[in-house]
Design a protein around this ligand. Sequence first.
Ligand SMILES: *[C@@H]1O[C@H](CO)[C@@H](O)[C@H](O)[C@H]1NC(C)=O
Ligand SMILES: *[C@@H]1O[C@H](CO)[C@@H](O)[C@H](O)[C@H]1NC(C)=O
Length: 992
Amino acid sequence: MAPPGRRKSYLTVLFPFLLLLLLSSSAHAASAVLGIDLGTEYFKAAIAKPGSPIDIVLSKDSKRREAATLAFKPIRGQTNDKDVFPERLYGGDAVALSARFPTDVYPNLKTLLGVEASSAAVKAYSARYPGLDIEKISRSGDAGTVGFKSHSFGKRNEVFMVEELLAMELKNIRSNAEAMVAKGTHVTDVVITYPAFYTAEEKRAIELAADLAGLRVLGLISDGLAVGLNYATHRTFESVSDGGKPEHHLVYDMGAGSTTATVLKFQSRTIKGPTKRNQTFQEVIVLGTGYDTTLGGDSMNDVIVEDIVSRFLESPGAQRLNLKEDQLRKHGKSMARIWKESERMRQLLSANAASSATFEGLYDDEITFKYSLTREQFEDLTASHAARVASPLAVALESAELTLDDVDSVILHGGAVRTPFVQKQLEKAAGGAGKLKANVNADEAAVMGAGFKAASLSSAFRVKDIRDTDIAGSTFTLKWSSDEKERSQKLFTPSSQVGAEKQVPLKAIEDIKLSFTQTALSKELPILDVEATNLTKSVVTLKDKHGCGSANISTVFAIRLSSLDGLPEVVSGLVSCEANNSKSGSVMDNVKGLFGFGSKTDEDQKVLEDDAGSDDGSTKVTPLPVSDSTSSGSTVSEASSTKAGSSPPSSSSTAKSAKSTPSVVSIPLALKSTVVGLNAPPTQALSKSRQRLTQFDTSDRNAILRAEALNTLEAFTYRARDYLEDESFIQASSASTRKALEKQLAAISDWLYGDGADAKAQDFKDRLKQLHSLVDPVLKRQDEALKRPDAIKALEDGLENMSGMIKMVEGNIKNALEQAASSASTTVSSVASSATASSTTPAGDGDDLEDDPYSTSSAAEAAETKEAPAIKPYEYTKEDLSSLTTKYDTVKAWLAEKTKLQDKLGLTEDPAILVSELETRRQEVQKAVSDVIMKAVKFQDIPRKPKGNKKGKTKTKKSKSSGESVSQTGSSSSSASGASSTGTSKSVRDEL
Ligand SMILES: *[C@@H]1O[C@H](CO)[C@@H](O)[C@H](O)[C@H]1NC(C)=O
Ligand SMILES: *[C@@H]1O[C@H](CO)[C@@H](O)[C@H](O)[C@H]1NC(C)=O
């Protein structure tokens, strides 16, 4: 209905209190979109599908969340076949393997996304999971992200990038989602959450993983904003357009890996729509964030792990072994068990005052180690954690320039907020428990918000109009060189709004490279290069074709933080000048440019602007009432369309510029963007990754097919064994066949437990075929023997019917002849036609017969004469008779011969007649009979046609009675033929 780019602005909220999902008419028929809450310890997904509310995606074992763990498990057959890949396990199944296969169980990968191999995160991870083989994956220069060397590939050296492993997990989520939609519905579009502090590297790692998984990222959304969006889906806020007051809420989210606090503003706003009607929408705006990148459940687990390790080393068992800390820490299995127990105990301590664990055979089979921890002890151990709880909240408020009093509530999210000491600290920080808000499904708020966002970004859905605005979260700086000097400008600060476009004029008349950096954790990292590749050429065009002077030429770039991932992007570049060299015009333009540069960046812009005037910077600010709605779609089209026309719509400046009648010539610039930094996609490695992912999937599919083939074979061997005991099978088989079968079965079961363990699906199928080749002929004989008597009886019945029919036809012909002889003198016409009939019967055409008022018939006559004296019933011919008798004789002879042969055969021999042959003959016989009957019926039909519609009523009556008369003929004259003749008369009626 509405053009896609402007979808949102056309949307009116019809049911503001309902979360409505309607399939828009223009949408692709079947599609569903996903929101994914990409947690450190758990993944959650929500699906939006046509016609139903957003719903949580259930894991294969019907859980509402899935442990963020993947495991490889070597399978048999892998050693001989390079196309066979290890089995992959996900979620709880993978976690269950962690203590047994510590080398190939990959938990909590999120902490490694987009980080450098040398980073603290990698060190912490490898200390936590010593069983895993972390390798550096070289990217650009010396930098490298991390990957894992799998131990499930035997001698093959297979290293997986973190993104690749994450891609497998995302694919698994996708297949869980696909299990919830109708077959053929695509689930490819996703919105994925990220922590507010994520850098470009980390966001791109998510994007890369999604891409490898074959998912299309509609957008990334920060955790806090996702929770806020979900909060807004079932609420309406006061309208600031009507002087209402916005609400402020703080989302405090403590998960396994990190903690973030987000201050959000909620309000509604009414604007004049494109039509006369006002439209109202809700707004969710991020005002500030604070975070602690390592505070969370994982770091609390670490504290317990440390305690277990030190107490275990002091235990008598470990002392006896003289076990060193180093040895223990490098022991993958032991550490994995300790880690798993720590997690479990921490969860228990949230609800209980104490918890304990017994480790049997820890490090050494002989050792049993008992450990217990009270909540009090745990809180002592985590005292330093407690001290960190309040900080993100305070920082978020500070960056939002608000105080706690301004905040209506603190919305709690994440698994670790349930920890009692965290609650206590939060109550303290929030000035009492009153402000803390925890819902029953608190942990699902972010994923539901992401699902909502996905639905609102997808063209397939219409949802409540909620516009969300995030902030940059960190500083982005633009660097370029001009006049041989390196220049740089902070373009976006942490509180800059995502999606808002900035017009950035640069003093440049030659091809130029714009470099963007992100400042994160006090490091400045290059993230993007954008080259204007035909600026030089465009300037030449301006000068040559339009007489522009260098001083009069201005270059402006439109730059914003992409609403896709909050990273900078250059939307467009434009070089322009005043064609007529009018001095006054260009002054006006400069003034105009100053007005246009929008709110807070005026200062910056002036510095950059220098002498270079800008022409149409004013376009952006006027039309948008929301400072910057996320509906970047409309922002773009707004800005770029006006720019293309180069007619500034701003009211004040329009008046002025109209006066100066400037003819501004603008040329758009060609732009080339290059992602730089750690996560610039490693092109070569990528194709290999994709290939390997496909191979994995193929191997999975083959494994399923193999399992199916094995099952079928096994099931059939059991059945075959039963046959060997079965009386009727024994009767129908020779001793030698049974012996061969027995041998085969023994061989197969030996093989299954020997070489067959590595066999492929085809091998199982081949064996199955061999078994079938022995068993099937016997079963077939059994089946034939069982069904043969009935089939013979049916054919015999058919022949009997036919013989009745033959007698009837014979009688009919005889009657006709007699009648013809006796009434030869009565009518001239009858003689004539009788002659015709006897001489030309082979042709026997309707034409001849139709005009013929012939007046004899045996049975039919009585019925017919009263009602329709004009129509004479059909006369059977000698041909009719002979076709019947011929068929009858042939079939009868065939049956006699075959039965004789069959009677000589034993049960173990293949039959001389097949049931199917008997059935074919029976049908032939029946067809011959009904053909002859149909002739009579058709003959009755013929006269009706030329009589037209005058006699509509009588026609029906007549033909009905004719149908009945045929069946009467059949039943009265022939003994049986019940089935066939009723069938015929019925079908005649149906035709009417
Ligand atoms: C639209 O909004 C304006 C200003 O808020 C108000 O005066 C006007 O009555 C509204 N019109 C309709 C149709 O609601
Ligand atoms: C530069 O590239 C843009 C975009 O491709 C194009 O529209 C423009 O005409 C080009 N300029 C010149 C002078 O060719």
